[in-house]
Design a protein around this ligand. Structure first.
Ligand SMILES: [Zn+2]
Length: 320
């Protein structure tokens, strides 16, 4: 019977998100460590979820970041000191206004997210069938030299890099967060044939310059929904992507967001947590090794039910 290795992030202090700008509104930050607590609580309700601590060494974190992100960007983040949040317009996504501030503690948390993702990738290379990086802040809006939408460093990109360096390639990336992964897409563009990206997301996409056509890349699949799809329609598209990626990939990296559930403060869709059980089943059925990277999901009272449903689908039922 398979098990799921739940990789736990080393927790920092005073590193909750400050705010995020959505259009003209500045919204209080919804990303904090309580998310990790809820996500873990849901996962360990399943008897075949085994917790392991993120243990990738600092040198590995540095090395991976250096291939993912531009040196000037990493240097600017490393120079941050103190608790005061600052806005860095030079490192907004190309063609867009900055939408989040940053401080040293948030970057420390983002680096721990990278450590967590690298550990999840390494355990997959070591023979695990399923790993789940319970990480924050999310990463899929962070590109080579930009941050946005709570994301500073790209966790999914780090996992893809580590897997491919370990010889497990090509990688299929499936992004199931509500939002389009503009950062991951920009990184995949530089990776060449190592990875293919599929994304299911809400339209209109606001994190690309107006007029940008999707898919952006050869091999990218972008499925947009103008409003909350019914669950069967959405699941059919998930199955379609998993099927296509399984034809070409030797492992899947799943950018998993729970901001598609009803009541998410950044959402607007109406999925039930139970939909993640079916998503877990579809992923398991692919037969491929699977590395899950946590992206969004901010409805704190729903997160444990979402992660628990996902584990139940992936592993089959077996309550603790
Ligand atoms: Zn999201």
């Amino acid at each position: 019977m398979s098990e799921l290795l739940m990789v736990e992030q080393r927790q920092g202090l005073d590193d909750d998100a400050f705010w995020v700008r959505e259009g003209d509104r500045r919204i209080p930050g919804q990303d904090g460590n309580r998310r990790l607590v809820e996500l873990r609580a849901g996962l360990v309700r399943h008897s075949r979820v085994r917790p392991v601590l993120a243990d990738a060494p600092d040198a590995e974190v540095e090395r991976t970041l250096a291939v993912l992100h531009e040196a000037e960007y990493l240097r600017a983040l490393a120079e941050l000191s103190g608790a005061e949040p600052v806005v860095m317009p030079d490192f907004a996504p190309p063609g867009l206004e900055p939408d989040i501030p940053v401080n040293a503690n948030l970057i420390a948390a983002a680096r721990e997210g990278i450590r967590t993702s690298i550990t999840a990738a390494e355990r997959l290379l070591g023979g695990a069938q399923f790993t789940y990086a319970v990480c924050r802040p999310p990463g899929h809006h962070a590109g080579p030299a930009f941050h946005a939408g709570y994301c500073y460093l790209n966790n999914a990109g780090a996992a893809v890099r580590r897997l491919s360096e370990g010889g497990l390639k090509p990688i299929g990336i499936i992004d199931l967060d509500l939002h389009y992964p503009n950062g991951t897409s920009a990184l995949v563009e530089r990776m060449g044939p190592v990875a293919a990206l599929h994304s299911l997301h809400a339209a209109p996409v606001t994190n690309l310059p107006p007029g940008t056509r999707l898919p952006r890349l050869a091999g990218e699949r972008a499925v947009a929904f103008l409003e909350s799809p019914d669950e069967d329609t959405y699941l059919a598209e998930v199955a379609h992507s998993i099927h296509d990626l399984a034809e070409i990939a030797r492992a899947l990296v799943v950018s998993l967001g729970y901001d598609t559930v009803a009541g998410d403060p950044h959402g607007g869709w109406s999925f039930r947590p139970e939909i993640f059980a079916e998503i877990g089943r579809l992923l398991a059925r692919s037969g491929l090794p699977i590395c899950v990277i946590q992206e969004g999901g901010y409805a704190l009272d729903e997160l444990a039910d979402c992660s628990h449903a996902f584990a139940t689908g992936l592993l089959g039922g077996d309550e603790r």
